[in-house]
Design a protein around this ligand. Structure first.
Ligand SMILES: *Cc1c(COP(=O)(O)O)cnc(C)c1O
Length: 372
């Protein structure tokens, strides 16, 4: 049988090479290739404008800003977080020798359920690390109210939420710190990259020191920093790619519209709709397969897609709380996390990127519609 073209779950948004050459030429001419150069500064400025935030610090990936945020806020003890995320969320807590405490999620958004956060607070709790999963905004108001009531810091892992706005405001303004990932697989990429958003100049200064070994000047080292700087080549790539990201989001949006139209009538398949007042970035399109109603189990559908060269991803499965490192924690017990456990067993993220064709989307939909 003829093997059809492979449809991947994601595809990196690459700026046209001919547009990138002049940027490279400029960097080669200047011979300044890293250490807070022209493009690093330009990228921070451009991102502040695009995202509608005041203070941003660019990083070499999306995991180091999480680790650095916990350091900068001197978080210790316990941090309440979601098991329904990419592993980097919990790993960043673990790497700081802090105990992650898992709380269950809200089935309507996939995000931490504020009631469950409050129930998980102990005298050792010092922060909350929620994730705007799939770019769906968390209930930031209720989370802030809980944080204020108990004197906790809030660090949002906003890796999926590039450019997401709620009622016209960037959701990156919530909490004490938010972090972004610019990894190749994300809606906006700098190949590898990330950023940290904070809300005052003093914190930004501290973050900038910490991401550069703690150097304040040639002879002053303010503390045990790390090397998490972004180089000039990727910063320039980032400035250029920012000009293309809106078109990419628009293309993603029309794919999502087609998926929703076609799949709404399929019994046993559910998905998220746009949230009221939210400008989404369409970073993922998860569907949830109810094996009983749909008649086919999630893993069977996943395998059928794969056999026809359509690659979905079971994001987020397995649940972080089931991994060897974390499964012994009391909060990792499946009875504590029924909603997250069910979602992880039902989810498949469908192919979603700017370069999908009508034909690609049609082929993906037909596999899901065809239950024979
Ligand atoms: C991608 C991702 C990260 C890590 O980002 P990297 O840039 O790959 O280090 C962190 N958290 C979440 C939720 C992610 O999806």
């Amino acid at each position: 049988m003829e093997q059809k073209k492979q449809i991947t779950v994601t595809s990196p948004l690459l700026p046209p090479l001919e547009e990138f050459i002049p940027y490279l030429q400029q960097i080669w001419d200047s011979k300044w290739i890293t250490n807070n150069g022209h493009w690093h500064q330009q990228l921070e400025k451009a991102l502040c404008e695009y995202l509608g935030v005041e203070y941003i610090s660019v990083f070499t990936n999306g995991t180091l800003p999480l680790i650095t945020a916990l350091q900068a806020l001197r978080i210790q003890g316990e941090v309440i977080t979601t098991p329904y995320s990419f592993v980097a969320t919990t790993h960043s807590i673990w790497w700081n020798d802090i105990r992650p405490v898992f709380a269950d999620i809200d089935p309507r958004t996939g995000n931490l359920d504020p009631d469950r956060i409050e129930a998980a607070i102990t005298p050792r709790t010092s922060a909350i690390m929620p994730v705007h999963v799939y770019g769906n905004p968390c209930d930031t108001e209720r989370i802030q109210a809980i944080a204020d009531k108990y004197g906790l810091k809030v660090i949002y892992d906003a890796a999926h939420a590039f450019g997401v706005r709620s009622n016209g405001e960037s959701i990156l303004k919530a909490g004490d710190i938010s972090t972004l990932s610019f990894h190749a697989t994300k809606t906006y990429n700098t190949i590898e990259g990330g950023a940290l958003i904070c809300h005052d100049a003093e914190t930004k200064q501290r973050i900038d020191y910490l991401k550069n070994f703690g150097f304040a000047d040639e002879v002053t080292i303010i503390g045990p920093g790390i090397n998490a700087k972004m180089d000039e080549v990727r910063a320039a790539y980032g400035v250029l790619n920012l000009k293309h990201v809106d078109a990419a989001i628009e293309a993603r949006r029309s794919v999502v519209r087609r998926y929703r139209e076609a799949l709404r009538e399929v019994e046993g398949i559910t998905f998220f709709d746009d949230m009221p007042g939210v400008r989404h970035n369409y970073s993922y399109f998860p569907i949830f397969v109810d094996a009983e109603k749909y008649g086919i189990a999630r893993d069977e559908l996943y395998a059928r897609m794969k056999s026809r060269n359509v690659l979905g991803r079971r994001y987020f499965y397995p649940l972080i709380s089931t991994l060897e490192t974390y499964k012994g924690l009391p909060s990792a017990a499946p009875e504590n996390l029924p909603v997250a456990t069910r979602m992880a067993e039902q989810v498949i993220c469908l192919p979603l990127h700017h370069a999908l064709t009508e034909e690609d989307v049609k082929r993906t939909i037909e596999i899901i519609q065809d239950k024979r």
